[in-house]
Design a protein around this ligand. Structure first.
Ligand code: ATP
Ligand code: MG
Length: 607
């Protein structure tokens, strides 16, 4: 059924929402697709819901095509399965918790590994039942710390999550590959430019993990790619190449020097060059200093543990990289009060002597991989105004291990070929992930194999941000006037605008709407008698349906106008050919500006 502007539940807005940071948020609200209820919580208005449903159906088609089966779990979940896997505690403040009338604990599902695992456990018992892939398209809840950019990062959002269950790793590899191929088809059809990058496998010890990032300058994720070998990774997942050990047989002994008033790296480097020039003649740089940063790690059970990170002084700790390493624990500041409690730590002059294995304070101490065996450093002497010069890693100090927490910079060596990396930003649209046996073990999901032995099932988990995709498509398909939907996502194929007061115009437009409708073309008909042509054109541009047909004054001379929303192109068409011309237009294969491959569903290959 055609939608009519006279009765459509829609109010376009002239003003941008005050909290809008990005174009998709601004335009989806102004054009009447979504409406805010509360931070990160949005209503889908009729036009928005149509777009959401189209994205859902693309995702559904491709999941069905790899043989995954759709089901639907509740969003309201009891706590017990999440306690069994430890996530009731791990999620901390990030989930919505509630109680029923009997004081039982519940949560609103942030993701559903537990439920899928239990369902398979309850229903399947033999290797003959595997492999199986199950999915749902469902509303998820996360009490995000920073809900952002409308539906891009919501506290309620729609996700497709699927899970594969296999007897062994070879099976998991196959299921993973099937999902990966399906995701490529999904994101090609959604029509935004994306990259596939290596992602953090997380604390749960799975192996392969990749993210599909929509490239976007305002994206929250930073990724690097190698222009030479094609390596691409989320910065969280970048592994710094470990240098070969350097022999320190001839390295001079370390010596402590007075370095008054040098609490910062800059002041220290300046003083070193003035008073303690290097023997090899080159100047000291920040990269010669070993900076020791102390943070507080808050574990899911609430315990707080100080952690010291040693890294070259010319690099900062990247909070996202560090956060990913300590997940599910969270970071807190190591503030003045903490320094007061840890007298061995002299702010600005912390050295390895006060840390780690050798130290008295026994603070866990982890090093950036660049601080390899045999490297020599200037670092704090654990006394105000004093530093030690020529402290050699492996000879003079040791640590409890290494950590990938230092910032990654453009130009850093590619871990796979050594070429300088490039950095860019993106929005995480999908995540595929070899979970391994963590959930199956925690919830005791086992099946009998061919020999009658009980085997723990191997799982994969795969997510697509369905509602986020709507924002992302809008992000990549708009101009200063409004949205410009790709045809396969648009809430309608054709926006017919009837202008003026002439009854003949409205009769023709009405007739055209009916014929298109009968031909299976979806129409939004602006049949408002009171609104001015200017208002109607502005609305059509804002709403962004790909083909706009103007029926107005020209009709008297036998023409109507067909506009292409994306290119702005306009052409007059004889009114008598209107139907045929529009049908040809909407059925023409897409020539969208997207750089992804064209929207053609690929038939599934047998699994
Ligand atoms: P992010 O790093 O962006 O917080 P995530 O890694 O926590 O995402 P997953 O648990 O991997 O997300 O969820 C699968 C997909 O769900 C993500 O790839 C993303 O597209 C989508 N998604 C996650 N959180 C949100 C949210 N708050 N709002 C909208 N979509 C989301
Ligand atoms: Mg993720």
């Amino acid at each position: 059924m055609a939608m009519r502007m006279s009765s459509l539940f829609l109010r376009t807005l002239r003003e941008d929402p005050v909290d809008a940071e990005v174009p998709s948020h601004r335009l989806l609200v102004r054009a009447g697709y979504i409406r805010r209820v509360s931070p990160g919580i949005y209503t889908w208005l009729p036009l928005g819901l149509k777009v959401l449903r189209r994205v859902e159906s693309i995702v559904r088609e491709e999941m069905d095509a790899i043989g995954a089966q759709e089901l639907l779990f509740p969003a309201l979940l009891p706590k017990e399965p999440f306690e069994a896997t430890g996530r009731w505690a791990e999620y901390g403040d990030n989930i919505f918790r509630l109680k029923d009338r009997k004081d039982g604990d519940y949560l609103l599902g942030p993701t559903h590994e537990e439920l899928f695992t239990l369902a398979v456990k309850e229903m399947y018992s033999s290797y003959k039942d595997l492999p199986v892939s199950l999915y749902q398209i469902q509303t998820k809840y996360r009490d995000e710390q920073r809900p952002r950019a409308g539906i891009l990062r919501g506290r309620e959002f729609v996700m497709k999550d699927s899970y594969s269950f296999d007897l062994d790793e070879a099976g998991l590899d196959k299921s993973y590959q099937l999902h990966r191929d399906a995701y490529i088809r999904i994101f090609d059809r959604l029509g935004f430019h994306y990259v596939i990058v290596e992602a953090m496998a997380g604390a749960m010890g799975g192996s392969r993990s990749e993210e599909f990032l929509a490239t976007a300058e305002n994206g929250e994720d930073t990724y690097v790619r190698c222009p030479n070998c094609g390596y691409a990774a989320n910065v969280e997942a970048v592994k710094v190449p470990v240098p070969e050990p350097i022999s320190y047989a001839d390295a001079p002994a370390a010596h402590v020097e007075d370095t008054p008033d040098t609490p910062t790296i800059e002041t220290l480097v300046a003083l070193l060059n003035a008073r303690h020039p290097r023997e090899d003649g080159r100047a000291w740089t920040a990269g010669d200093t070993l900076k020791n940063v102390v943070v507080m790690v808050v574990h899911p059970d609430g315990t707080r543990e100080p952690l010291a990170i040693g890294l070259p002084g010319d690099r900062e700790v990247d909070e996202k990289r560090l956060g990913a390493q300590i997940d599910p624990a969270e970071l807190a500041a190591f503030d003045e009060a903490e320094f007061a409690k840890n007298r061995a730590l002299v702010k600005g002059y912390i050295g390895p002597g006060a840390l780690g294995l050798e130290g008295t304070a026994k603070i866990r101490y982890l090093l950036d991989p660049r601080v390899g065996e045999g490297t020599s450093w200037v670092t704090g002497a654990n006394e105000p105004g004093r530093h030690v010069i020529g402290l050699v890693a492996g000879r003079d100090f040791a640590a409890d291990g290494t950590i990938e927490a230092a910032e990654v910079r453009p130009g850093d060596a590619c871990p796979s070929c050594g070429t300088g990396l490039q950095a860019a930003r993106g929005i995480e649209m999908g995540h595929i992930f070899q979970l391994g046996r963590k959930y199956a073990e925690a919830l005791d999901l086992k099946v009998l194999d061919e020999l009658g032995r009980l085997r723990t099932v191997v799982m994969g988990s795969y997510g697509v941000g369905v509602s986020r995709a709507v924002a992302c498509i809008a992000e990549g398909n708009h101009d200063e006037l409004g949205l410009c939907w790709p045809r396969n996502i648009s809430p309608a194929d054709v926006h017919i605008v009837a202008t003026g007061k002439d009854d003949a115009v409205f009769t023709y437009a009405e007739e055209l709407t009916r014929s298109l409708d009968a031909a299976g073309v979806t129409v939004l008909f602006d049949d408002r008698r009171q609104a001015s042509p200017g208002v109607k054109f502005k609305d059509a541009e804002l709403i962004g349906i790909p083909t706009i047909v103007v029926v107005g004054r020209g009709l008297a001379d036998g023409t109507i106008e067909v506009r292409d929303r994306q290119s702005g192109g306009r052409r007059d068409v004889p009114a008598g050919d209107g139907l045929a011309e529009i049908l040809a237009e909407v059925r023409r294969p897409s020539t969208s500006s997207s750089t992804s491959t064209a929207a053609s569903p690929v038939p599934p290959s047998a699994g």
